[in-house]
Design a protein around this ligand. Structure first.
Ligand SMILES: [Zn+2]
Ligand SMILES: [Zn+2]
Length: 132
């Protein structure tokens, strides 16, 4: 009888330890399916990175001010400027960026999503008007 009580206590301790280990594990899978993009918030003008999930579209929630006004930088191969594509006038407070935008600085079409690893911008074009 006494032996069983001890076994019970040990079992409870083991379960508690297992639970503690389980719940104190870092949330390894939190970042699965999340992506970061380099851009700028048109509301507070914070320049940096925002995280989005698959299926989420711009504008993203700004990590600095919380407004849904964060747009990715694009890069112009001609003039080397970064720019935010012109915004589609859809009547909302968070218009989508035009996917076929021209460079906001020199108006050419040789543009790509800005990548800080490959592009060394010469400057930033004027940002679209905000609020839209
Ligand atoms: Zn902001
Ligand atoms: Zn350009």
């Amino acid at each position: 009888m006494k032996k069983n009580v001890w076994l019970g206590i040990i079992a409870v301790l083991a379960l508690t330890a297992a639970g503690w280990v389980f719940f104190s594990q870092p949330k390894k899978f939190k970042l699965a399916g999340e992506f970061a993009t380099t851009g700028v918030c048109l509301s507070c003008k914070a320049d940096g990175q925002a995280v989005f999930k698959k299926g989420e579209y711009e504008p993203l929630k700004c990590p600095s001010c919380g407004d849904v006004a964060f747009y990715s930088w694009w890069y112009c191969n001609e003039c080397g400027y970064r720019f935010v594509p012109d915004l589609m006038k859809d009547g909302s407070n968070a218009p989508k960026p035009n996917p076929f935008s021209k460079c906001a600085h020199c108006n050419c079409q040789s543009v790509a999503k800005f990548d800080p690893e490959f592009h060394a911008p010469h400057g930033d074009a004027r940002l679209p008007k905000w609020p839209p």
